[in-house]
Design a protein around this ligand. Structure first.
Ligand code: GTP
Length: 373
């Protein structure tokens, strides 16, 4: 079985963190999201993976290489377009165009999987493929059941799980069901005939409605874990969820002296140091090589590798980027995001959805939602 992972989006909703790394390499409990996806694909019998890349292509290619978890990895780049400075940049092809672009690599011999790269799920991919083969359709969409469908594309199903229409972001009253497009599809090679060549195209908006009109589109509802890691709040939520689902106390946390308080669940990366009288947790992920000073408090947060959190800092509900420097007595809370390499000077407070761009030095407190560039 082959799988194509859509991996080239700009991840604008996750800026500033996505300014310095592609979204699918964001760490989830200290492992890149892509690794969690690849591991699951390999367990489900996938032998070849095609990464449809654009933004961050070089980073992804050098990280992932040609073989991973026993699967061959291939790359398909969106269409090149000339840049005024002489180099080639790549025109984003959306969620449909990259499938057509990878037609040769996917081949016309067998059905294949297509996944949005930013989804965390426990879906059984082989079961989805099996249902697709039985349906006789061209596409089968994995459908996740959510409490509030108003943020998503909601489907209306008829007999045999046939999808008859999509309603984008309906109000709660208008929603025809609580089943939403989970961004994971089993497709037959005939799909290539429905996608234009080398043009941007949205599979959800331009291709699926055409298949639905011809009774060739089916749904596969599933109950397992499903998190779309597209927004900051969901990124934090995904880390906390995975941390809790690891369902163990972390024995390696005992390496810290009794004068460090660890309130589980907490995951601490290698070579990370924590100063005396600090309280870490609950729901905290610290990457590798993080340095934490004395009397620091961190709750419900993710700290990327190499960050420095100085003495007496207080961090709650925040993401701290790679190699960021947080000064002494700094307070950061309520969904703030600090970009890679940013510096927050001593005694400042950042609160209420403040975001700081990579490598920015912040010298004054900010109390309202703002992006500091
Ligand atoms: P936002 O800008 O925050 O909406 O994120 P995004 O650019 O990743 O878009 P979206 O979340 O809708 O993308 C869903 C999946 O498709 C993600 O895994 C993206 O990496 C991927 N994707 C989106 N647009 C493109 C594209 O133009 N080319 C390729 N190759 N992949 C894409």
């Amino acid at each position: 079985m082959k799988a194509l992972i859509l991996a080239g989006g700009f991840g604008t909703r996750l800026r500033p963190l996505s300014c310095t790394r592609p979204k699918i390499l964001f760490p989830i409990t200290n492992k890149p999201l892509l690794d969690l996806t690849l591991k699951k694909l390999s367990i489900n019998g996938v032998k070849e993976v095609i990464l449809a890349v654009n933004y961050g292509a070089e980073t992804l290619m050098s990280y992932c290489g040609n073989v991973r978890y026993g699967m061959k990895i291939f790359y398909s780049k969106d269409t090149a377009q000339p840049h005024s400075l002489g180099f080639s940049s790549y025109r984003p092809l959306g969620t449909g165009g990259p499938i057509k672009k990878a037609e040769k690599l996917l081949g016309r011999d067998e059905d294949f999987l297509v996944l949005n790269g930013d989804i965390l799920t426990n879906l059984d991919y082989s079961a989805l493929m099996q249902k697709h083969r039985e349906s006789g359709g061209i596409a089968t969409i994995a459908l996740s059941r959510v409490e509030d469908p108003s943020r998503y594309g909601v489907v209306e199903l008829k007999e045999n799980m046939r999808i008859i229409r999509f309603v984008e972001k309906p109000s709660r009253d208008e929603a025809p069901s609580s089943l939403i497009n989970a961004g994971i599809y089993a497709l037959s090679p005939e799909i290539f005939d429905y996608i234009p060549e080398t043009k941007p195209c949205s599979i959800e908006r331009e291709v699926f409605p055409k298949l639905a009109a011809k009774n060739l589109l089916f749904g596969y509802p599933f109950q397992d874990l499903w998190i779309d890691v597209g927004k900051k709040e969901d990124y934090l939520k995904a880390n906390v969820f995975f941390l809790k689902s690891l369902k163990k106390q972390f024995p390696e946390n005992r390496r810290f002296n009794a004068d460090v308080r660890i309130i589980e669940p907490v995951l601490i990366g290698e070579n990370t140091s924590i100063g005396k009288d600090s309280a870490i947790g609950p729901s905290v992920v610290l990457g590798e090589n993080v340095q934490i000073g004395i009397k620091v408090s961190i709750q419900n947060s993710v700290v990327f590798p190499g960050a420095v959190i100085s003495d007496f800092a207080f961090i709650k509900g925040a993401v701290i980027g790679e190699n960021a420097f947080i000064g002494k007595h700094v307070k950061i809370d309520e969904n703030c995001v600090i970009g890679d390499g940013a510096v927050i000077k001593d005694h400042l407070t950042l609160t209420n959805h403040v975001t700081v761009c990579p490598f920015k030095t912040v010298s004054e407190s900010v109390f309202e939602a703002r992006c500091l560039m």
